[in-house]
Ligand binder design. Structure first.
Ligand SMILES: Cc1cc2nc3c(=O)[nH]c(=O)nc-3n(C[C@H](O)[C@H](O)[C@H](O)COP(=O)(O)OP(=O)(O)OC[C@H]3O[C@@H](n4cnc5c(N)ncnc54)[C@H](O)[C@@H]3O)c2cc1C
Length: 457
């Protein structure tokens, strides 16, 4: 095969790029993916709570990328899930989101959408304003982890005879040779094409930087989000989650004038552990139906450091390492204990109303790991939220820490996601343009469209 386009990474960005290239009549498409096929992916961290540090990471690598075991919430608003709007404008992004959502539906995503405009949403937004919170209206199509994998499997079934996919094939190097883009795999094979799309996901951001900087592409520094995962009885959040599923609440915390926000609400979900670069952090997921008697969500504070500090990723990792250092993994603490200035113990947690869904978290004291500023921001946010959802600020509420969201460094690119090197495109979370399934997929679609136009033009 002499590929017209090589795609590195079979996450949502790479997969949706391939779908769009086919649509545009480009048949010689080669996808190189460092992980295994979907049915061969097995994550011990998810299944047993113990990470075996597989290389590559089975949670993040293989068909579907980080999307395969994600919570599968499709957020259908240009205001969340990435920064594509900065490049293409809100209107264009809105239409890309609709196209991507339509494709997810065609491959089996469920029809129900939460958070659509209506009386219930308006009433909720009003109560938020009264409590000093701003609710960003975000329609959400929740697939749940299981259905999300099924949808990605259906896309694979459709693509497998139409494009070439090579699994267990890490790309090590990217070169420019005679006007072609050449990639060299770990087994020493070289593939060339006029067009190359690099979509290596968030964990591939460093690799992307290592490849593009020697080719003369510069990168922008991004902020870091630090916070905790909050777990409460599902009834506490019911009024919000039954209407909005995932409420995006923003709060301007008075003491430090910081913006605190809710992120990734998981009704009847579980708190889960993530392992990355030698660090345990927290996240959440929900299966979409049934599930636990609890709801969890993150409270995050964004910090954009200014001169001379330019290592936000190192800073976030440092905080996660501190929590890991104290208990060997992630910390869980009752809000009441945090406020009383004492650590949580297993006995105190047992006396509470919530049985931690992340059994591997160790009771401890978050105030030894999180800077004062973030703790105060989070406590003030919980106080404000309690006016909308009474019970969230209860002493029984569990906080897990730390949750850190890193933003990938963003390479120079134009509105078609083409780098200054003609024919070399980037997409998805690894390129710092998306932070969720929908915008990652939309970015793949956008880049593929430009490649298709280039071939025809
Ligand atoms: C636990 C969890 C829950 C989530 N829940 C949600 C949610 O509910 N809703 C939502 O919108 N988003 C969610 N996300 C985020 C979402 O999964 C990502 O935004 C999305 O998958 C990003 O897509 P991507 O294609 O850019 O990258 P990825 O999905 O990360 O895929 C990148 C792929 O590239 C491959 N790769 C990397 N480097 C190389 C290389 N050198 N050679 C070959 N292959 C390579 C990787 O193996 C990987 O398969 C969640 C993420 C996680 C981890």
């Amino acid at each position: 095969m002499k590929p017209e386009v090589i795609i590195v990474g079979a996450g949502p960005a790479g997969i949706f790029a391939a779908l769009e290239l086919l649509e545009r009549g480009m048949k010689e498409v080669l996808i190189l993916e460092k992980g295994p096929p979907l049915d061969k992916r097995c994550c011990f961290l998810r299944d047993t709570g113990r990470c075996r540090q597989c290389e590559p990471c089975n949670l993040l690598s293989g068909w579907g990328g980080a999307g395969a075991f994600s919570d599968g919430k499709l957020t259908l608003s240009p205001q969340v899930g990435g920064f594509l709007g900065d490049l293409v404008g809100g209107e264009r992004l809105e239409s890309l989101i609709q196209e991507v959502d339509q494709r997810f539906l065609e491959f089996g995503a469920p029809s129900r959408v939460y958070g659509l405009p209506g009386d219930a949403m308006e009433a909720l937004a009003k109560r938020c304003v009264q409590a000093g919170l701003h609710m960003v209206p975000v329609p959400v199509r929740p697939m749940g982890t299981h259905r999300c994998s099924q949808v990605l499997a259906a896309i694979f079934h459709y693509l497998k005879d139409r494009v070439e996919v090579v699994f267990n094939c890490p790309v090590e190097a990217v070169k420019l040779v005679d006007g072609y883009k050449e990639v060299i795999t770990s087994s020493g094979e070289a593939y060339r094409a006029p067009y190359l799309l690099l979509a290596p996901g968030r964990e591939g951001n460093r690799w992307l930087k290592d490849q593009l900087i020697p080719l003369g592409v510069s990168f922008e520094t991004n902020p870091v989000d630090v916070g905790v995962r909050v777990e409460v009885p599902a009834e506490v959040m019911e009024e919000v989650t039954s209407v909005a599923y995932e409420a995006k609440l923003l709060f301007n915390a008075p003491t430090f004038d910081d913006e605190v926000r809710t992120f990734c609400m998981c009704p009847h979900g579980e708190v889960v552990m993530e392992y990355r670069s030698g660090l345990y952090t927290v996240n959440g997921h929900s299966q979409g139906q049934g599930g636990t008697p609890y709801t969890n969500f993150a409270l995050l504070v964004r910090t954009a450091f200014t001169q001379p500090f330019d290592s936000p990723v190192a800073y976030g990792e440092y905080l996660a390492r501190l929590a890991n250092l104290l208990v060997g993994t992630v910390i869980v603490q009752r809000l009441g204990d945090l406020k009383m200035g004492r650590r949580s113990t297993s006995e105190r947690i047992k006396r509470g109303l919530i049985e931690p869904t992340l059994a591997e978290a160790v009771p401890g004291d978050l105030s030894f790991a999180l800077p004062y500023r973030y703790l105060i921001d989070i406590l003030e946010m919980l106080e404000a939220m309690d006016k909308v959802v009474p019970g969230v600020n209860s002493r029984h509420t569990l906080l897990y820490g730390v949750e850190v969201k890193f933003y990938s460094l963003r390479p120079q690119m134009n509105e078609s996601l083409e780098t200054p090197i003609p024919g070399l495109f980037v997409a998805g979370d690894g390129a710092g343009v998306s932070r969720g399934l929908i915008q990652a997929a939309a970015s793949g679609l956008l880049a593929a469209r430009a490649m298709g136009d280039g071939v025809r033009g």
